[in-house]
Structure formats: C-alpha cells, structure tokens
Design a protein around this ligand. Structure first.
Ligand code: NDP
Length: 251
C-alpha cells in the first residue's frame, strides 16, 4: 500500500469544488494528501470543504486568467508549505453546431479547458522542479479521441490537452515530473446534467454504448487519480488513461 501513500503530499485540484474534481480530491485526501481546491464559486466550495474536512482549503480563482493561476498556485504553497500534485480539472462546454458558435464561445471553451492547463502547469513548474519532482494530472475526455456534432471546441480542447500532456511529459521528465491525462467517460455531474437536458437521446445512447451499462460517478475517478499522483506511477508519463466503463473499447 505504501506505493499509493500520499502522506505529506499537497494536491491542488482546479474545479475541485464539485463533480469529478471533488471526487478526485476525496480520493487524494483518503490516500493522505492535504488538499487545496480551486474554482470561481465560493458558495459551492463550502459543500466541498465540508465533504473534504480536515485542513482542506478553497482558493477562489478563474483559471482562464494567468495572474489568477499564478496567485492560486502561490497561495496553495503558502498555505501548506509545498506543492506536489497539480490536477488540471476545471472544464466547461458550449453545446452548439460549429456553424452557430461565436468566436467568444470558442475561446471561452479553449481557455477554460486547455489554456488553463498550460497556465497552471507553468505556474507550478518552478516549485515542482525545486522539490525534485511532482505529478501533473490533466483531465481530458473520451472526446480527446472522438468528436460529437455539438462539441467542436470541447473536442478540440480535449484532444489538445491530451497531446499537451504528452509534450509536457517529454519536457519535464528530466525534472522527475510525471504528466498524465485521464480520459473520463460519461460521468454524472452538473456538466452532464446539462448535456442530458440539451441533447435528445443522450442518456439512452450513453447507456447503450458503455459496456458497464451505467453512468460513472465522480468517485470512479479517485483510484486513477491516486495512482497517477503517487509513487506507483513514477515510470508512467505521457499516458492517456480512459476511465470510462469500457466506452473507448467498444467499436
Ligand atoms: P462540473 O461542471 O461539475 O465541474 C467543473 C468545475 O470546473 C467546476 O467545479 C467549476 O467551478 C470549475 N471551473 C469551470 N470554469 C472555471 C474557471 N474558469 N476557473 C476555475 N474553475 C472553473 O463538471 P465535471 O465535474 O463533469 O467536469 C470536470 C472535468 O471533467 C472537466 O474538465 C470536464 O470537461 C471533464 N470531463 C467530464 C466528463 C463528464 O462526463 N462529466 C467526461 C469527460 C471529461 P466554478 O464554477 O466554481 O468555477
């Protein structure tokens, strides 16, 4: 079990105030890490902090803004004295046909899902390097691999974050920083509650295509997050791991 032990480690999870981010934060906490969650909605964060307990903190930050990413990382380090694990999880979507998207909508999805991972990773890098190593976990999607008619910027950003992870992995392997990407399948969160409401037949299509024949829960991501945050994955970098009930395995 010591391979997966995160005692003494500090993890910062963007979008950790709800959904998949909170599911991973709880898993990292259970493995022993101290937790900083970040997002824009301080009120939602109160429930997340109650679920996390202990000395978990919330950092209010918009990850599309470089100065706020830098402050968020600095504040986490000030609060806990170190940073070992960065989870770039914050994400959003705009569900429209590509011909109907505005340029602003395109940029809002790309900035939230992809540019944010660049900004937060860059902000964390000096500390991880100085500590002699660290872990970056980026959250992609099954849309890192596949597309959908209503998800052009989302699929572009998620394909981008998967390949960004590979590039970072090659850049920072010499610093003992492992960078990997998780590709969640269809997980029951606020984000997908919107999808179910907007996309006719989505619920049935997900259940039919997912071999596990159910939607995932945020807690389904916890084990892979702990693995990628721990010494168990020290020779794993640049990987993209589906956590999808078999969705990507099905033709
Ligand atoms: P939620 O909407 O529940 O969570 C998204 C989180 O991101 C929120 O906590 C939100 O917090 C935060 N966030 C959004 N924009 C910003 C911003 N500009 N700055 C800071 N925080 C921000 O969705 P999920 O939990 O479902 O999604 C989490 C990640 O998982 C996303 O990257 C998503 O694309 C990915 N994913 C989800 C899947 C699913 O089926 N649910 C499938 C595949 C991938 P706040 O509002 O407080 O800012």
């Amino acid at each position: 079990m010591s391979l997966f032990n995160l005692q003494g480690r500090v993890a910062l999870i963007t979008g950790g105030n709800g959904g998949i981010g909170l599911g991973m934060a709880i898993g990292l906490r259970d493995a022993g890490a101290r937790i900083a969650i970040a997002g824009r909605n301080a009120q939602k964060a109160q429930g997340a902090l109650a679920a996390l307990g202990g000395d978990a903190i919330f950092l209010e930050a918009d990850v599309t803004v470089k100065s706020q990413c830098e402050k968020m990382v600095a504040d986490a380090i000030t609060a806990f004295g170190r940073l070992d694990i960065l989870v770039n999880n914050a994400g959003t979507t705009v569900r429209k046909a590509p011909q109907d998207l505005s340029e602003a909508e395109w940029h809002s999805v790309m900035d939230t899902n992809l540019t944010s991972a660049f900004l937060c990773s860059q902000a964390a890098y000096p500390t991880l390097k100085q500590a002699g190593g660290g872990k970056i976990i980026n959250i992609g999607s099954v849309m890192s691999i596949f597309g959908a008619p209503y998800a052009a910027p989302y699929a572009a950003s998620k394909g981008g974050i998967m390949n960004f992870s590979k590039a970072l992995a090659t850049s920072w392997a010499a610093d003992n920083i492992q960078v990997n990407c998780i590709l969640p399948g269809w997980i029951d969160t606020d984000l997908t509650a919107g999808a179910r409401a907007q996309v006719a037949g989505l619920n049935e299509a997900v259940l039919a295509r997912t071999p596990a024949a159910r939607w995932g829960e945020p807690s389904d991501l916890a084990g892979t997050a702990v693995y990628l945050a721990s010494a168990a994955s020290n020779f794993v970098t640049g990987a993209a791991i589906p956590v999808d009930g078999g969705y990507c395995a099905r033709a």
